[in-house]
Design a protein around this ligand. Structure first.
Ligand SMILES: Cc1cc2nc3c(=O)[nH]c(=O)nc-3n(C[C@H](O)[C@H](O)[C@H](O)COP(=O)(O)OP(=O)(O)OC[C@H]3O[C@@H](n4cnc5c(N)ncnc54)[C@H](O)[C@@H]3O)c2cc1C
Length: 473
């Protein structure tokens, strides 16, 4: 039996032959969502339980084989697929999709890591409760992937990112041991916080197999509005006003640049855009504990005050759930519209909200000077100081050529500006392979040394998602 044959046999012993894929079209597991990284797996293994995950990890350890944990494969930084060597095993968690239980009085829910985010939201809603994590990929991304990337999304302003929504984890370690940390406790100061080590570790420290998540009461009413805004400074002014007037009722504050919405008009002309084009358009969402009438009255008063102060030039309040869904659909169609337009250079950055206007003005100008005619797809979670500041080739230039020739120089301009404003080169998507080299340039040597020490302690042989986040060779 060949070396690989021995491993494949051990894997089939662990999960059953039907769940070890070695032949046929495996591209769904090998190629990333943006089609930037094309890998080749030795095998794709689909365990159905935590015990099976542990058995797979032990088999790989015995054969000295590296593992790449994978959820929905919607990650955007080149971390969820195998490399091109054909020597890595993809550990796909998709079959682990059980809701293990809901404790309504404790406002918690325990799920398998392979549960799709939307299914988790729906299971909570079926009990009259809310799991607030929400992002455009929610129909296919998984809770394990959300936690491994510490996903953000559209509700961070009010509820925090995935880290803040998780109370406990179950993890299979690099040795194939199971750590049961599935606690529903909101207070537990018993030494180092192991849970928080695994959250955001992008599959490099352990395999998340289960999680206990925080739930919230469903709001009585959710209202949505669009506002046309003359400048980024006005958008930040509107955010301050909305926070002052709505307090924790403000659950979403998304900004969309005119070029980004123009791409949606071009690629999805069937989607209604209720406001005429403006330099910036803001989507506001309010969740109200009282009633729809109360929510609408608060919203209208806010928008009138904003109009009087010149912070907005026009607004439209959704009059029904359908209209509200349409407004969100507009926002969530931007990533798809830009991918239909062609590859662009993505930056998922954060700076303090107060510094966003200066960041955008300075960076737009520097890019236009260096690359005349460059097109900027700006949108994002302004309430969190997080912009998706994406740079598209000038009209007429092939996207692939632009990426090949200009990506380094574009990144240097954008990331220098981010750092000058005290920001982060990765607000929510993570590091993966895409930003690994940039991380080394931008993170302090002390921080990098501590990160390497953690990796060395938890995965000394470097078999979990090697070469992602940190260069391990
Ligand atoms: C259209 C679109 C919109 C998006 N919008 C947002 C957004 O608003 N906010 C945001 O934060 N992200 C966003 N993303 C990025 C992506 O959806 C998130 O990173 C998501 O959390 C990834 O989940 P996944 O299950 O697809 O993970 P994958 O892509 O499969 O994996 C991502 C990383 O997690 C690791 N991983 C996966 N499962 C496990 C596990 N069980 N144990 C350990 N490691 C694991 C992988 O090894 C990899 O490093 C978007 C993506 C798309 C395509």
């Amino acid at each position: 039996m060949s070396l690989n044959g021995g491993l494949v046999w051990a894997l089939t012993q662990a999960v059953g032959p039907a769940h070890v894929l070695t032949d046929g079209d495996l591209s769904a597991f090998e190629v990333d969502w943006r089609k930037r990284w094309f890998g080749k797996a030795l095998a794709v293994v689909r365990p159905g339980s935590t015990a099976e995950v542990a058995a797979v990890v032990q088999a790989c350890k015995a054969h000295g084989t590296c593992l790449v944990p994978q959820g929905g494969n919607t990650g955007l930084v080149g971390a969820s697929g195998p490399d091109a060597s054909g020597t890595q095993v993809v550990l796909s968690l998709g079959r682990m999709n059980r809701v293990r239980g809901i404790d309504a009085a404790n406002l918690t829910m325990t799920v398998d890591a392979g549960c799709v985010l939307q299914a988790v939201q729906e299971a909570a809603a079926a009990q009259g409760l809310l799991f607030p994590l929400s992002l455009a990929a929610e129909g296919s991304c998984t809770i394990g992937g959300n936690l491994a990337t510490n996903a953000g999304g559209t509700q961070v302003l009010r509820f925090g990112n995935a880290r803040e929504l998780c109370l406990g984890l179950e993890v299979v370690t690099a040795d194939g041991d199971v750590w049961d940390g599935l606690s529903g406790l909101r207070k537990d100061n018993t030494g180092y916080d192991l849970r928080d080590l695994f959250i955001g570790s992008e599959g490099t420290l352990g395999i998340i197999t289960g999680a206990t998540l925080k739930l919230y009461p469903q709001p009585a009413a959710v209202t949505t509005a669009l506002a046309a805004v003359p400048s980024m400074g006005s958008a930040v002014g509107l955010l301050q006003l909305a926070q002052a007037r709505l307090g924790p009722g403000l659950t979403g504050f998304e900004v969309m640049g005119e070029f980004a919405l123009g791409l949606v008009r071009k690629h999805f002309p069937q989607l209604p855009q209720p406001l005429p084009p403006a330099p910036w358009t803001v989507l506001l969402e309010q969740s109200d504990c009282e009633s729809a009438e109360h929510a609408t009255a608060l919203f209208e008063a806010l928008l009138e005050a904003a109009l009087e102060r010149g912070l907005i030039t026009d607004a439209a309040v959704a009059a029904s759930t359908q209209q509200s869904n349409n407004l969100w659909h507009l926002r969530e169609s931007i990533p798809l519209a830009q991918s239909l337009e062609g590859l662009n250079i993505k930056h998922d950055i954060s700076v303090p909200v107060s510094k966003i206007p200066a960041f955008v003005a300075a960076t737009d100008a520097a890019l236009e000077r260096a690359f005349p005619g460059v097109r900027l797809v700006d949108f994002g979670h302004l309430g969190d100081g997080n912009l998706h500041y994406n740079v598209q080739a000038p009209m007429g230039q092939a996207a692939a050529d632009f990426l090949r020739d200009c990506e380094k120089a574009v990144n240097a301009i954008v990331y220098d500006a981010v750092c000058a404003q005290g920001g982060s080169i990765s607000a929510e998507h993570g590091i993966g392979m895409l930003k690994r080299d940039e991380l080394v340039k931008r993170k302090s040597p002390v921080a990098l040394q501590m990160m390497r020490a953690i990796k060395q302690a938890l995965d000394p042989a470097g078999r979990l998602n090697p070469g992602r986040v940190l260069q391990t060779d």
